[in-house]
Design a protein around this ligand. Structure first.
Ligand code: 3MF
Ligand code: MG
Length: 347
């Protein structure tokens, strides 16, 4: 932080799917479903400010527009009654039977149309619930085998989809959430760099940015803080999904800082030093509780992740910036490293 500057008061968010029943691909639910209104009530108790939504976390996709309007109004009332706001809406394009092989990049024309129409409907929901932000996690926009689709044509189809959303609402902003794999073997926009490259080809690059999930960068073999710095340089880091990840395997969504404290520290460092949050961006979490967790504890992973962010923030703010600059200019990286390790171990 620059000397004398007001410290950023961070705003925190997560999606209701972060409070889950603990089912995984190998086993059924192990906790009872927490009632929706109860989930929403937990936000303020935990010190969170905003809700991240999938379109169907608000209203089912198959409702008519008048039915949806009523449903959206009631969810809006519920969150506003709690002093919360909607941070973004993400079309949940990966669960429908029509998107088993991808939506925007499906080989079926009617399935591509379904995906596009659903994305547009999500933009309408977002407008009503009070956010301009549309998150596109392109879950199935990729392939299981390279020969299944025309990969070059797929990029064009993704660009067309981005443009269709931008055209549908001149105020809408797209936040692409890159992930290299899972559920697909390979995604067509696997990294933040790919996402930002495509952003510049859209009809309005100023309305296309990214949300970066720590685990997704790690799964791509990249450092999340460097990915964040890259997006920040482009002025395109509009949200984050902080979590942690133990190596290259399935997406674990572990508590922030639980695997690699220094990697978490570096993410907080880059966000803090770049003024992330001063334009209204939220510090979002995307974390799963362990399957062994009992229902009474089913928000602890969120509280813990927020607490870890704030603890690391204290450490970042306590690091002597002038000393960092001095050590950098002398290339005394051994000393710099020990200074950081000392700070991280409470010295
Ligand atoms: C998958 C994810 C998703 C997205 C969410 C919003 C279920 O790896 O990270 O979480 O974040 O769907 O786009
Ligand atoms: Mg995520």
């Amino acid at each position: 932080m620059a000397q004398g500057a007001t410290p950023t008061v961070y705003r925190f968010s997560f999606g209701p799917w972060n409070i889950s029943t603990g089912s995984d691909p190998f086993g059924p639910p192990v906790r009872k479903e927490v009632e929706y209104a109860e989930k929403i009530r937990s936000y303020k108790k935990l010190g969170f400010d905003a809700v991240q939504f999938h379109d169907d976390d608000i209203v089912p996709d198959d409702w008519s527009w008048p039915e949806k309007l009523k449903g959206i109004a009631s969810v809006k009332n519920m969150i506003e009654g709690e002093g919360l706001f909607a941070e973004f809406v993400a079309p949940r394009l990966w669960e429908d039977a029509r998107t088993i092989d991808g939506g925007f990049t499906s080989n079926s024309e009617s399935d591509r149309k379904y995906a596009l129409d659903r994305a547009r409907r999500s933009v309408d929901i977002a407008r009503e619930i009070g956010t301009k932000n549309i998150v596109l996690w392109l879950a199935r926009e990729g392939s299981y085998i390279r020969e299944a689709k025309d990969a070059k044509a797929a990029i064009g189809r993704l660009l067309d989809a981005f443009n269709a959303i931008l055209e549908h609402d001149p105020e809408a902003r797209i936040l692409g959430e890159a992930k290299p794999n899972e559920p697909m073997d390979q995604a067509y926009l696997p990294t933040v760099g790919h996402m930002i490259g495509l952003a510049y080809k859209t009809i309005d690059p100023s309305r296309v940015g990214v949300v970066i999930e720590s685990a997704h960068s790690i799964l791509a073999g990249l450092d999340p803080s460097d990915d964040m710095a890259y997006a920040l340089w482009h002025d395109k880091l509009w949200s984050v999904h902080l979590n942690d990840q133990n190596g290259l395997k399935y997406d674990q969504d572990k508590t922030f800082g639980s695997v690699d404290l220094r990697r978490a520290f570096d993410q907080v460092w880059v966000l803090e030093k770049s003024g992330f949050g001063t334009k209204g961006e939220c510090v979002g979490l995307d974390i799963k509780a362990m399957r062994t967790t009992v229902v009474e504890d089913s928000t602890l992973h969120l509280a813990n992740s927020k607490a870890m962010f704030l603890r690391l923030l204290d450490i970042v703010r306590g690091v002597d910036e002038a000393k960092v600059q001095e050590l950098r200019s002398k290339r005394q990286y051994e000393q710099l490293e020990m200074m950081i390790l000392t700070a991280l171990t409470g010295g």
